[in-house]
Design a protein around this ligand. Structure first.
Ligand SMILES: [Ca+2]
Ligand SMILES: [Ca+2]
Length: 196
């Protein structure tokens, strides 16, 4: 096992490839990682879902608080897709992936959970921007702001990487087993108390 890890790291050093290294945010214990593009938003959605880290399934990141936004800004990652879209109902932005899947976070100008749109965004430019982009520096003072951007059929839609988030969906198998063992132990204590 150690040998395999060593060979992997050595290979990465020789090729100059980045060693995949998700970073953990203390705010929620979740892990995050940037994956280089180019990829469409749908490609990013399925790409993130095919990944896992420490037994936790990946999902296209959901940014649901100022603190989470600030943490992600501090990573210095490039322009990236994250897991929001209004392709279901124009002007109603929802998280499509992760534990918040299906939750609307912005509805025709009203922030429902959290949003960090750049100045004048979302503008549905040319009537064809339904996907959430993070680290967009086109407008306003915040270069890490959000923008709605294009999907298939839009010539500028693919020049992105994406951010994968891990955490909050299902407990790790090991954690789950420990939890069940803990519940079993509690049950045994309860039974002993009753018998006493
Ligand atoms: Ca999140
Ligand atoms: Ca836009």
């Amino acid at each position: 096992m150690k040998k395999i890890v060593f060979v992997g790291v050595a290979a990465a050093l020789f090729t100059g490839a980045a060693v995949a290294a998700p970073v953990q945010w203390a705010g929620n214990g979740h892990w995050y990682e940037y994956v280089a593009g180019p990829v469409t938003w749908d490609g990013a959605l399925s790409g993130a879902a095919s990944m896992s880290h420490l037994g936790q399934p990946g999902y296209l990141a959901t940014i649901t608080s100022e603190a989470e936004q600030v943490f992600l800004q501090s990573q210095g990652w490039s322009l990236s897709w994250v897991g929001g879209s209004d392709r279901e109902t124009e002007g109603v932005w929802k998280w499509i992936a992760g534990p918040e899947a299906g939750q609307a976070f912005w509805d025709h100008g009203t922030t429902l959970i959290y949003s960090a749109w750049g100045s004048g965004e979302p503008n549905d430019y040319n009537g064809g921007e339904d996907y959430l982009q993070f680290n967009w520096g086109g407008n306003g003072p915040n270069v890490n702001a959000w923008n709605d951007h294009g999907g298939p059929g839009s010539s500028y839609a693919y020049s992105h990487g994406y951010v994968v988030e891990y955490g909050g969906v299902v407990p790790e198998p090991e954690t789950y087993a420990l939890m069940l063992a803990g519940l079993g132990a509690l049950g045994a204590v309860a039974r002993r108390r009753k018998a006493a």
